[in-house]
Design a protein around this ligand. Structure first.
Ligand code: ROI
Length: 162
């Protein structure tokens, strides 16, 4: 595998048995022949951003992959579908959300895929778990490290899930 294939993935769920769903999604990533799972963060219970809805369980994973960004997006969407995600409202509750946050230091701006994830820098539910497993990685739009970005955010809505 080329060493350009380092990626960060954000995971979230607020419908069903969220922790079991997220653990199941990690297992699916782990068995994919073109994905090597590098690290998985702790799971966090997070207050919902957006319209009122149940709290989320969020976490992040880092992988190394030989898949292209669009092929990886396909894999993530098929895992979401496998866990029963139905895309309804854009900001609504969901059984499983898998976001491709970073792909090396690439900047991609396509209608179906924006990398870095356009909202990651202002979301504590993304940066706090990611800072656990990739603190020194640079977010290429801001040029700042994940740890630096995480420290700037108000984090009271993000609590370790025990
Ligand atoms: N809020 C939290 N806390 N966690 C999420 O994963 C999440 N995902 C979303 C929106 C609706 C923006 N809010 C969220 O898509």
């Amino acid at each position: 595998m080329s060493n350009d294939g380092w990626c960060a993935i954000g995971l979230g769920s607020n419908l069903g048995d969220s922790k079991a769903i997220l653990t199941g999604a990690i297992e699916r990533l782990k068995i994919h022949p073109q994905i090597e799972l590098l690290a998985v963060s702790s799971w966090y219970l997070t207050a919902p951003i957006g319209p009122p809805q149940p709290d989320y369980v969020n976490g992040c994973a880092t992988i190394e992959t030989s898949l292209t960004p669009l092929d990886l997006l396909d894999v993530l969407q098929s895992i979401e579908a496998e866990f029963g995600r139905v895309r309804q409202e854009v900001w609504g509750a969901r059984t499983l959300d898998l976001d491709l946050l970073l792909y090396g230091d690439r900047i991609i701006d396509l209608p179906i895929l924006q990398i870095p994830h356009p909202h990651m820098c202002d979301r504590a539910f993304v940066l706090i778990p990611l800072a656990e497993i990739a603190p020194d990685r640079i977010e290429p739009s801001s040029g700042e490290s994940i740890a630096t970005l995480a420290k700037k955010l108000e984090s009271s809505g993000v609590k370790l899930l025990l």
